[in-house]
Ligand binder design. Structure first.
Ligand code: UDX
Length: 463
């Protein structure tokens, strides 16, 4: 494994000789035209990963064509209307329109491209393995693109996928086209910032030239590039996500023990996180993780291990704890209210985390379904959630403010820690509710304030 670092020495030397600040000198030196040749990049997939990747590469000075198969999505993008909410993305796309285009046409994307980035999704199949059909569909369209310098996969794929793609490219007579794995570590809500200021850029390649090319297109980004073999790069993504999920399930289990024993998880997590060997991140107890990556990637890693004959016990436990965490919340409300039949419950926040409109694997979906199954009526509020025209949402009512959602309810669950919840007048809320019970599923409200207002306050991991 080798490490290529951005040259801090050169930046310092420039800062010293010109009197510029370090940041300004870095920006000057890393202006793409000064440090690299702009490349022509085709990005397959115009969802969260593909759009952020395309827009950020355009920002770095490259010429990018993003291709997707959904006509409506491409039409909107061509009209300057970004179909997903991701902070900073619309601005980035608007700023780079001269270098960034969108198309349905494979030829328009690939014919002039030097590098093809595969950013399509890999959802779970019925067996829990990653569905690679979209990745293979892209590879199929590239089989005549012998002019490409490299195919780079950013989609999260099982270890071994790169080897199979390499073989397919070779069989198609594309042995001259390089291959690299370049997994993404961007989180929704901060994806643009994560891409441009990464902790690391991981590049898996079999040859130095392809590794260097992938490192080169990232020039202008201040972060270490870590180069390794393709299989290891594929595993880095799965392992990183698995460890993050393990931290969440671990702290949720500690929270459950805190609750049973009289300790307070907020104090515990804070002090545990101050140990530099452990770190403060991903130690927020709550209703469990959701999103487009964690649930699917944990299943994919579990099945990858099982398919290789290894029973990944720890990961199984992480997944199970996460499932139980949502059900425990419903159970808790049920015992607090003496049953849920004919009760009215408000869900405050629906997306899997704040700062996104994404509902994929959001804990709120399980909560709403369970509450409805128990005979409760569900009212909800969320500032951005894109709800399906499907169950459970067709059986719930959505309201434009938290206070409206709370009206006439017996209890509320804070599901997503939207900042707007800090502005709710709980003194008023207590009067519009039928019974004033609040389950703070993200530990973001002030228990004393809520209790003083007349609420029965239930937090996570607060004994
Ligand atoms: C994640 C990874 O962070 C990212 O590196 C990867 O590329 C994609 O998956 P994302 O799904 O956008 O990103 O969200 P993240 O911020 O990681 O949160 C995931 C879930 O974990 C959310 O539901 C969040 O509420 C939950 N979470 C996170 C906790 O419950 N506690 C925590 O301490 C942190």
């Amino acid at each position: 494994m080798t490490q290529h670092k951005a040259s801090k020495q050169a930046i310092r030397a420039r800062a010293a000789s010109t009197g510029e600040s370090y940041t300004r000198a870095r920006r000057r030196l890393t202006t793409p035209s000064q440090t690299q040749r702009p490349r022509t990049i085709a990005v397959f997939g115009a969802s969260y990963v593909g759009l952020v990747t395309g827009a950020c590469f355009a920002e770095l000075g490259h010429h990018v064509v993003v291709r997707d198969i959904q006509p409506e999505k491409i039409r909107r993008l061509q009209n300057g209307d970004v179909p997903i909410y991701e902070p900073g993305l619309s601005e980035l796309i608007a700023r780079n329109t001269d270098r960034l285009t969108f198309t349905l046409d494979v030829h328009e994307a690939v014919d002039n491209a030097e590098i093809c980035y595969v950013c399509v999704d890999t959802p779970p199949t019925a067996s829990g393995d990653a569905d690679l059909s979209r990745v293979w569909a892209v590879i199929e369209t590239l089989k005549t693109a012998a002019h490409l310098t490299a195919v780079v996969v950013k989609s999260t794929v099982p270890v071994g996928t790169g080897s199979r793609i390499r073989a397919a490219l070779d069989d198609a007579g594309l042995a001259n086209v390089g291959y690299a794995a370049n997994p993404e570590f961007t989180a929704e809500g901060t994806a643009v910032n994560d891409f441009l200021h990464p902790d690391r850029i991981v590049v898996g390649a079999w040859d130095g030239a392809t590794a260097d090319l992938v490192a080169e297109v990232h020039q202008g980004i201040d972060g270490p590039t870590v180069v390794m073999d393709v299989a290891s790069a594929e595993m880095v993504k799965l392992a990183s996500n698995a460890l993050l999920m393990t931290k969440i399930s671990f702290i949720n289990e500690i929270a459950n023990v805190c609750q049973a024993t009289g300790a307070d998880i907020t104090h515990v997590a804070k002090a545990v996180g101050l140990d530099h060997r452990l770190g403060p991140h991903f130690l927020k107890a709550g209703l469990g993780y959701g999103g487009s990556c964690f649930p699917k990637d944990s299943l994919a890693l579990k099945q990858l291990a099982s398919n290789s004959g290894y029973h990944f016990q720890l990961l199984n436990a992480v997944i199970e704890v996460n499932e139980l965490q949502k059900r425990r919340a419903v159970q808790r409300l049920k015992s607090e209210l003496g049953g849920l039949t004919n009760t009215r419950i408000a869900l405050l926040g629906l997306t899997f985390k704040p700062g996104t409109d994404d509902m994929r694997e959001a804990p709120s979906t399980v909560l709403a379904s369970r509450l409805l199954a128990e005979g409760a009526e569900v009212r909800c509020w969320d500032p951005l959630a894109r709800l399906d025209d499907a169950e459970p949402w067709t059986s719930t009512s959505r309201h434009t403010s938290p206070l409206d959602a709370l009206t006439g309810t017996d209890a509320a669950i804070v599901v997503t820690e939207w900042p707007e919840l800090q502005d709710v007048s709980w003194d008023r809320a207590v009067h519009v509710m039928r019974r004033a019970v609040i389950l703070d599923g993200r530990n973001v409200l002030e228990p004393d304030k809520l209790r003083a207002a007349g609420f029965t306050y239930l937090g996570i991991g607060k004994g």
